[in-house]
Ligand binder design. Sequence first.
Ligand code: SF4
Length: 218
Amino acid sequence: MLNPFPKPTDPSELRVGGVTPLTTIDYPDHLSAVIYCQGCPLKCDYCHNPELIPSEATTPVPWHEIVSFLDQRQGLLDAVVFSGGEPTLQSALPAAVNTIKKMGFLVGLHTAGPYPERFAALLPLVDWVGLDIKALAEDYAALTGSSKSGSAAWQCAEMLIESGIPHQIRTTLHSLNSAPDKQRVLIKRLSTLGKTDHKWQTCRPSDGQNTGASLPGN
Ligand code: SF4
């Protein structure tokens, strides 16, 4: 487990592998841009953004270009979503979130919840969270290659539901969670944590086209 985020940090240190300039689906009911943070500690075999798993991007997007782009989109976009990869891997994330909030945008976070301490620190800063709960905690290691990833993700689910922050918990259908009895137990365990919005989703193909590559006007 990583330590809580160190302070202070410089938002320009955020390693970004791609940006989607406009989307209607990544922050419910809002027009948003998505910043794809580089690096992920997990190795899901269905990963739809494998190019984001290495810590360094092949074609990184500089932070100043992102800020400049968003500056031109004020009044046109409602929100900015930090996705990945795994955004909470990077120490610069809270500073980057604060920069975006000061620009007047809502901030969304997509995470698989591998770092509960960091997740707890981020919750007061964000407006909406999309959390992946990939399977029952005991089945995670076979899916992600990380023995502690299941307990970490479920800890984050507990914190998220308790926080009352608008959110969605998503589970990608996969051989480890497709059996009806596994699905029933997963839903039951989530329901014991409190009121939540849970969605089953299908795998997206691994075509490397999900991150966007360039920013218009940059
Ligand atoms: S957590 Fe997400 S980005 Fe990381 S390997 Fe799994 S699917 Fe890919």
